[in-house]
Design a binder for this molecule. Structure first.
Ligand code: CO
Length: 278
């Protein structure tokens, strides 16, 4: 005899979705414990896990559009002309160069709204001089958007920095991570004196930020912009995932610029600039 199913006991699609998510989560925790969560061969996953993962992936994907509708309503509730203003133009005062890490959302950690900050993110917040992507971002932000501040923001527990500390072949990531290894080589003595591995890792995160900020200062756009307008000022920050705190590394921009221009001057006006009292 089939059990009677009352309407009250029939889960709604939302409840079902929640149940699926919770079951999947439990299975995933189990897989994490058994170290099989990263099983690359889907055929080796259990059919139940495959099915649950598919449902979960679609449920979370569809949720994005639901979130979008809610976000539109919330923005319009605050300001009925919000999107009209947003579409008009952008005049951000800040360029933020940060890590791609999903736990470090640029606008949110600074309490800034859409339109307030121009953002570039990549693995381990690197500023490579041959990276057309970051160089184009700096050019556009400094020359055309006229930003007042350029911020390089790293974060503790950075996977990119951690990977660069491991004696391992990372394939395509090797040339990218080499920049961080170069930072390590530059500060080898200081870093090797730190016996605690976690403390050394944290310090490398900070030193990487400082060196990437220096790389920003090496660009012609920043040097010429500062000579002409007195900005942008380049800053180095580190975000702490455990506390949410943004730590300013207090880079002395003018001093760094002066040091950099001994070799990397791209303005052709450093001596004249110095005579002006700089
Ligand atoms: Co990172």
């Amino acid at each position: 005899m089939a059990p009677a199913v009352s309407n009250r006991n029939t889960p709604t699609p939302k409840e079902l979705s929640k149940q699926v998510l919770e079951t999947t989560k439990a299975l995933c925790v189990n897989d994490i414990e058994n170290n099989t969560i990263f099983q690359p061969n889907i055929a080796l996953q259990t059919p139940a896990l495959q099915a649950l993962n598919r449902i979960k992936n679609m449920a979370t994907y569809e949720q994005l559009f639901e979130n979008n509708r809610k976000w539109i309503a919330a923005m319009q509730a605050k300001d009925v002309d919000f999107f009209e203003k947003l579409a008009r133009d952008q005049q951000p005062d800040y360029l933020y160069i940060g890590c791609s890490d999903s736990r470090v959302p640029a606008n949110e950690i600074m309490g800034l709204e859409p339109g307030d900050v121009f953002v570039h993110r990549n693995v381990a917040n690197l500023v490579n001089n041959t990276d057309l992507n970051v160089m184009s971002v700096i050019n556009y932000a400094v020359k055309h958007l006229d930003v007042k501040h350029v911020i390089v923001c790293g974060h503790y527990n950075c996977g990119g920095v951690k990977a660069a500390m491991m004696p391992k072949d990372m394939g395509i990531l090797n040339p990218w991570l080499r920049t961080i290894r170069d930072v390590y080589r530059h500060y080898e003595q200081e870093l090797n004196e730190i016996k605690d591995e976690k403390a050394r890792y944290d310090r490398l995160v900070e030193l990487n930020v400082i060196e990437q900020a220096v790389n920003v200062i090496k660009t012609a756009n920043v040097q010429k912009g500062y000579l002409k307008k007195g900005y942008p000022i380049v800053h180095g920050w580190v975000f702490d995932l455990h506390t949410g705190v943004l730590k300013d590394l207090n880079i002395n921009f003018v001093e760094q610029l002066r040091n950099i221009q001994k070799i990397y001057d791209l303005t052709g006006m450093v001596s004249e600039h110095n005579e002006d009292g700089e």
